[in-house]
Design a protein. Structure first.
Length: 94
């Protein structure tokens, strides 16, 4: 597996690994990895919900590209309507 430092370096190149590293090991924002995390709607949603524990305005344009994660972001992070993402959310067949 490698040391904690080696795992962190590997995580910097993968959005999901970076999120899980921040959630599992750092228990707080990991600013150096945010440029990687912000590229993936799923990782950005979970990072906002579980690490930031609130809105992440810089990632909202990415999150709203995925209907499923836009819905969950509105429901679990914003806890209300997210007007900017409603057209995207309506595209989800579920």
């Amino acid at each position: 597996m490698g040391s904690k430092r080696e795992r962190a370096i590997r995580a910097m190149n993968n959005a999901w690994l970076a999120y899980t590293y921040a959630y599992d090991y750092d228990y707080g924002r990991w600013c150096q990895a945010e440029l990687t995390i912000i590229k993936d709607p799923k990782s950005a949603y979970y990072y906002a919900k579980n690490v930031i524990k609130g809105r992440w305005p810089e990632a909202e344009n990415i999150i709203m590209t995925d209907p499923c994660y836009a819905y969950h972001y509105a429901r679990c992070v914003i806890k209300g309507r997210w007007c900017q993402a409603e057209l995207t959310i309506m595209k989800d067949p579920w």
